[in-house]
Design a protein around this ligand. Structure first.
Ligand SMILES: [Zn+2]
Length: 296
């Protein structure tokens, strides 16, 4: 019987020692873990206080680029920032949030169905395309000639098929269209409303400003959406902004501009403005703070 006890006590002793060792190990591990946690917390606090101070070029840059990336998505935020904006030089490292332009710049004048040309608007024009004889406002004409030459140097043929139209000429176009409708038996109001869908109301066409250019190419002279499949359109999409022209009625802005997608209709705004607007992804109405057109 006694031969049984000794090994049992021995085993019990062994187990106790093992338990003690385990407990000690657990305590030690807990202590190490605690110290580690403390180090992590202190490190995090230091990092956080550094971030809150907002120093360091990386923080500034990532902030700027993320805001520009989200600017096209949140047009309301973008347009509100555009309202209190100033002229920007071409941004390089620090990207411009939204369209940072001076909306008081005469080249950014807004003309549409709801916003007529200001009374007494005067414009000095020049022939911009010798082949078609079409004119643009003087500065826009010069920019167009440079753009035309640059495209030609790369084997792309641009053709200005419509530029400046005087309000008088616009009136003739409009009255002719309206008369056609009257001849078809429309009432005065119907004839007017129908004409409006085809020809802009005099004084409310961007072409009256001298800053709008309908650009096509000899192989595709029709003003339709198929123009977007031409080399000329591809070239313009890449380079028009460098010469100060923006695509005025983009496909995804029809609800805001109130005008169908017109891949041929470009608007001169000046190179700095064109760069800022192109980067912002806004249309001209949004640049001026209009979220939506009444769509007349
Ligand atoms: Zn046009």
């Amino acid at each position: 019987m006694s031969t049984w006890k000794a090994p049992r006590d021995y085993q019990e002793e062994e187990r106790r020692r093992a338990r003690q060792l385990r407990r000690r190990r657990v305590r030690r591990n807990r202590a190490i873990l605690g110290v580690c946690c403390l180090v992590v917390i202190v490190f995090a606090c230091v990092q956080l206080s550094g971030l809150l101070k907002g120093d360091g070029p990386d923080a500034a840059q990532s902030g700027a680029s993320s805001s520009s990336a989200s600017s096209s998505a949140s047009s309301s935020a973008a347009s509100s920032s555009a309202a209190s904006s100033t002229v920007s030089s071409m941004p390089e490292e620090e990207s411009t949030p939204a369209a940072v332009v001076d909306t008081g710049d005469w080249r950014l004048i807004l003309v549409n169905n709801n916003v007529p040309l200001p009374d007494g608007y005067e414009v000095e024009t020049q022939v911009a395309d010798d082949n078609t004889g079409k004119e643009l406002q003087a500065e826009a004409a010069e920019a167009y000639r440079k753009m035309d030459a640059a495209a030609a140097a790369e084997g792309v043929d641009l053709m200005l098929c419509s530029g400046y139209r005087s309000v008088d000429y616009q009136t003739q176009l409009f009255e002719a269209e309206k008369q056609e409708n009257l001849d078809k038996g429309c009432s005065e109001q119907e004839a007017y409303d129908l004409a409006k869908t085809v020809v802009a109301v005099p004084g409310r066409s961007e072409h009256n400003s001298g800053l709008a250019a309908d650009i096509v190419t000899p192989s595709h002279q029709v003003l339709d959406s198929d123009f977007e499949n031409t080399d000329a359109f591809a070239w313009l999409s890449q380079h028009a902004a460098e010469y100060g022209f923006i695509l005025r009625y983009p496909k995804d802005k029809q609800a805001i501009t109130g005008i169908i997608y017109e891949p041929w209709h470009y608007r001169y705004v000046g190179p700095e403005n064109a760069a800022a607007i192109a980067q912002s992804g806004l249309c001209l109405e949004e640049v001026h703070g209009y979220a939506e057109q009444a769509g007349q």
